[in-house]
Design a protein around this ligand. Structure first.
Ligand code: NAI
Ligand code: MG
Length: 359
């Protein structure tokens, strides 16, 4: 397997460097090919994803990413060197570029109880449409204003002082996400698929979702399904996480639930994720580049190590993936080689080496 490795910036390079030896240790013979991505390349070239990196992604089977600093467009542009300013360079977050260009519509975040093994589920977030499809308006032009003008608050505020965001949901988008969710449930031996939405309030769109769910569920008789209000799912994720198998949600609801999932499993230092489509994928820890912590050897490498395990699972190396997860579990339960965020005093490398020692 050819795997692109994009360490990125901030704490990305240090967690990647500490975690990579795990791959060889469990006997995975991946051919790692390193590439550039991130803030330094925005500053030097006006594009955080250089052309050579796109070519690398084309010729490799999947990708491991560390972390990447991202800033709002205006701020990003003001930090460009003088020579690159005024050339209409638009900063688009590299992870968004990857998701769009590679068609990665499903974001998968496993949520497992590392300490006691009490729960093990996954949040699958739709990545391309829903409330984040990009139809977000402040100051309403006529067709939108016509739609909302009779709402008493809109009537009081006027078109210029109202905003609207459209939640786009399409049969194509819903079906491929649900298909992915069912297949993921089958492959990971989950018996329950929960669709987290808001059927009580968003009656038309949620019912559309429900009808697509019911049609597809007939093809998967071994998997039970339910559609629950997203707020109730949030409550149950905290109170009874063991009740869930696969939770599927549109973009924004999924964004919120997946961060909640990281919290439920004990923080960003343990949370891994995958972005998957029909023709590409990349894997990254949930955490960002934590620039204030970079180069201090404080960052927890376990999220990156669990990310490698998630990639192994995806590539069909379930046994190696489980060995890595088990070794992480052993280190967390043992508690003597943990970084600060899990209550320890170990460095990035000491924590990673503890996992290697177990393996
Ligand atoms: P962050 O995840 O970088 O940091 C949030 C907090 O978690 C910080 O207090 C940090 O100390 C802690 N933390 C994060 N990773 C940790 C680790 N491995 N071990 C121990 N503690 C850890 O999120 P923040 O501060 O909101 O964003 C920083 C930068 O990262 C921004 O530029 C943001 O755009 C970017 N970002 C990138 C992501 C990606 O590469 N996919 C995801 C999230 C944020
Ligand atoms: Mg988020």
């Amino acid at each position: 397997m050819d795997i692109a490795v994009l360490p990125g910036d901030g704490i990305g390079p240090e967690v990647v460097e500490a975690a990579l030896p795990v791959i060889g240790k469990v006997g995975l013979d991946w051919n790692l090919q390193f590439g550039d991505v991130g803030w330094p390349f925005w500053l030097s070239d006006g594009d955080p994803v250089p052309d050579a990196t796109w070519k690398l992604l084309e010729r490799t089977d999947s990708c491991l990413l560390g972390a990447i600093t991202s800033k709002p467009a205006r701020e990003a542009e003001s930090e460009l060197p003088f020579a690159l300013q005024g050339l209409d360079r638009k900063f688009i977050s590299p992870v968004i570029q990857l998701r769009q260009r590679l068609g990665l519509y499903a974001n998968v975040r496993p949520v497992a109880d590392i300490h006691e093994g009490r729960f093990n589920f996954a949040v699958i977030r739709e990545n391309t449409e829903g409330l984040y499809a990009g139809f977000d308006y402040h100051g309403l032009s006529n067709p939108l204003w016509e739609l909302v003008k009779d709402h008493p608050n809109a009537a009081q505020s006027g078109a210029d002082n109202s905003s609207v965001t459209l939640r786009l949901q399409t049969r194509a988008g819903i079906d491929r996400l649900l298909r992915f969710g069912f297949e993921y449930a089958v492959s990971q031996h989950h018996q329950l698929l929960t669709l987290a939405d808001k059927p009580n309030v968003l009656r038309s769109s949620s019912n559309f979702l429900r009808s697509r769910l019911e049609i597809m569920a007939e093809e998967y008789p071994g998997i039970e399904t339910e559609i629950l209000n997203v707020d109730a799912v949030a409550l149950w994720m905290v109170r009874r996480p063991e009740r869930f198998g696969v939770i599927v949600a549109e973009n924004m609801f999924g964004d919120i639930l997946s961060d909640l999932g990281a919290g439920v499993m004990g923080g960003l230092g343990l949370a891994s994720s995958a972005n998957l489509g029909d023709h590409g994928s990349y894997f990254e820890p949930v955490h960002g580049s934590a620039p204030g912590m970079a180069k201090q050897s404080k960052a927890n490498p376990l999220a990156m190590i669990l990310t490698i395990s998630q990639l192994a699972d995806h590539l069909g190396n379930a046994e190696e993936a489980e060995r890595i997860r088990k070794a992480v579990r052993t280190v967390v339960r043992d508690g003597t080689a943990l970084t600060y965020d899990l209550g320890g005093r170990s460095t990035t490398r000491e924590a990673a080496n503890a996992v290697l020692a177990v393996l």
